[in-house]
Design a protein around this ligand. Sequence first.
Ligand code: AMP
Ligand code: MG
Length: 351
Amino acid sequence: MMETKIIKVDRDNPEAGIFEEAAKILREGGLVAFPTETVYGLGANGLDAAACKKIYEAKGRPSDNPLILTIGDISGLYPIVKCVTENAKKIIDAFWPGPITLVLPKADCVPLEVTGGLDTVAVRFPSNIIARELIKEAGIPVAAPSANSSGKPSPTRASHVEFDLSGKIDMIIDGGPADWGLESTILDVSGDKPVLLRPGAVTKEMIEEVVGEIDVDPAVYSKPSADIVPKAPGMKYKHYSPAAKVILVSGSRENVIKTINEKTAEDEAKGLKVGIMATTQTKDSYVSGSVLVVGDREKPETIGANLFKILRKFDFIGTDVVYSEVFDEDGEGAAIMNRLNKAAGFNYIRC
Ligand code: AMP
Ligand code: MG
């Protein structure tokens, strides 16, 4: 075990020189977790295979699940890709810096250990000031997957990172809660027609306004098969899940509430500890179980921002089973339901 140093940074006004030590750790092959506008990332020198190997070890992540390289400035893109396609240029103009990752043909300097053996590389230019200043100061592309134990809900607060990775990484930069709370959109723009690999804050509709019709990888909506070559996170591996069994309950509001109340009573009679993921609109309709409010149906961004925190909380209070309401899949709802489906292993009660 190593000692994990934690530093607090005011993201609206980072002190001069505050990132020097963290940048040095990154350049020298160490691991630093830092906030981004999506979730907390676990950073390592993205051109150093040995440093990236430490990411896989700290997270317990399978080595064929590729990493995203983050850049602090648009100029950081050109050395790590073979070419920037026309579609990539349009997306970059419209959405960078911001919560969308682009998959492009990789340059030779990017180690295959980083890309899970693929000849493409995933690149993101985050908008979070702490992330950008840190990466710029480090002067290297920074590999930064989510800073959680592999398979667990992604971290949206420094305390989540500390819980999962304390003693396994060199430093955590605490810059407050992540704004968006779900991982970046991933768009493969390496071929002729863009393919959405993971839905996120930049929605399919927003992308199609810029580049026209895109394809969506089938694994975004359905349970993947075991022998799939992973292209986006969660396609092959169980993802985002708490220790409890998560069951999604869909149907009319009245039926969902009735079903969850019945199931909760049955499970509690068997001695199980039941969690219920509710919304501001429904929380008072549940008669038993540990009811946690994930957000307000009228403000879907609150659900995205709280989802992983609430899934972690169910672990913390020690539930055996969690019943969750489901949400509209339009716009940003696509990202929310994608994560929730994976957390539940596509386990539904339809009523
Ligand atoms: P995360 O799971 O949040 O750490 O994000 C990293 C994810 O980006 C990986 O799981 C990949 O699925 C995706 N990714 C990274 N590199 C590539 C690539 N070359 N092609 C397709 N997806 C990629
Ligand atoms: Mg992840």
